[in-house]
Design a protein around this ligand. Structure first.
Ligand SMILES: NC(=O)c1ccc[n+]([C@@H]2O[C@H](COP(=O)([O-])OP(=O)(O)OC[C@H]3O[C@@H](n4cnc5c(N)ncnc54)[C@H](OP(=O)(O)O)[C@@H]3O)[C@@H](O)[C@H]2O)c1
Length: 299
């Protein structure tokens, strides 16, 4: 069975839902039941569930808050992965650890390969880079999966923010000089369930892979697509205006280029991601459809 930490996050929930739909044995532990930085809680969970594979979907993902809350970010993103990797090494099981495009500084003109040097420019990125290093140092049998711009039906994310703003504003001002691939947590869950049997079979498999949806856009392109799909359903069509990163100052710096080259993942695991618009369209339709079906007295 697969044991998931960070079970209430976007990826944790999609993994649980997808594995259940496929009849695969899985158990997901939310933060409230197991803090990944708590060695005792992690050891107890492994002793109780005796998994064949551990997936770390837990992370401190508040990119701006991490600038002033470095200790919490370090707990979730560096100490936690170290604790999990050591526990997996002790139990003799592999681990899938999820990481981020924010380990790069974004200065490369084209998509990042796994061999490109990392250079995080935010506290979040530094804590995730340290987490990757901790996993590599403690556990040989692992896959580190770097992804980017994650959205889903669950939790808080950019797609849901755009839908909320589209209901109340006539104009949305969105950053158009950062490039990346909006990736659905569902597709990352599919990729993990696809690689799991390969990792379980091959005791020597160990490495870092990039996995995002295919193609790329900007945050402005992402928002424009969400509004285009939602507009005929919600009966509102706000203007989406491109702005620059400098027009929208935030506590944490973000890479201008977040594009990840996923060829190595496709070659190794034989799973090809869909174009980013497919997932964005489907999730937008699901979310606006669900909102329409809600009785009017429900806020
Ligand atoms: N979201 C993105 O755009 C994005 C982009 C690139 C990479 N990633 C990576 O993708 C992975 C999944 O992200 P996601 O979007 O699913 O994140 P998410 O929705 O924020 O979920 C993360 C989960 O981890 C839990 N958590 C935080 N600290 C923890 C701790 N110390 N112990 C146990 N659980 C803890 C959180 O619980 P609480 O909320 O209760 O704290 C939350 O349920 C992460 O590794 C993230 O770094 C995400």
């Amino acid at each position: 069975m697969i044991l998931v930490f960070g079970g209430n996050g976007q990826l944790g929930q999609e993994l649980t839902r997808l594995a259940a739909a496929r009849g695969l044995p899985i158990h997901a532990l939310p933060h409230s039941e197991a803090d990944v930085a708590d060695g005792g809680a992690v050891a107890a969970a492994l002793a109780r569930w005796r998994p064949e594979l551990l997936v770390n979907a837990a992370a401190y993902t508040k990119v701006d808050l991490a600038e002033t809350n470095a200790e919490e970010a370090r707990k979730g993103n560096e100490i936690g992965p170290a604790v999990l990797a050591e526990a997996c090494a002790g139990a003799g099981i592999p681990m899938v650890h999820v990481s981020t495009d924010y380990v790069f500084d974004g200065s490369k003109p084209d998509a990042y390969r796994e061999t490109d040097p990392i250079h995080p420019i935010s506290a979040y990125g530094r804590s995730k880079a340290a987490g990757e290093a901790a996993v590599r140092g403690a556990l040989k049998h692992h896959v580190i999966l770097r992804t980017a711009w994650v959205y889903s039906e669950f939790g808080n994310n950019f797609l849901k923010t755009i839908l909320r703003l589209a209901e109340i504003r006539d104009e949305l001002r969105i950053v158009a000089d950062q490039h990346g691939s909006p990736t659905s947590a569902r597709e990352i869950a599919e990729a993990i369930l696809h690689l799991a049997p390969v990792l379980l079979r091959d005791q020597k498999l160990s490495g870092t892979y990039h996995f995002t949806a295919d193609g790329f856009t900007t945050w402005h392109g992402f928002a424009s697509r969400v509004v285009e799909i939602a507009a005929p359903i919600i009966g509102r069509n706000p203007r989406v205006i491109p702005i620059t990163t400098a027009d929208y100052p935030a506590p944490a710096r973000r890479p201008a280029n977040s594009r990840l080259d996923c060829r190595l993942f496709v070659q190794t695991f034989g799973f090809t991601p869909r174009h980013w618009t497919e997932g964005v369209d489907a999730t937008t339709r699901t979310l606006v459809g669900a909102a329409k079906r809600m009785p009017s007295h429900v806020a």
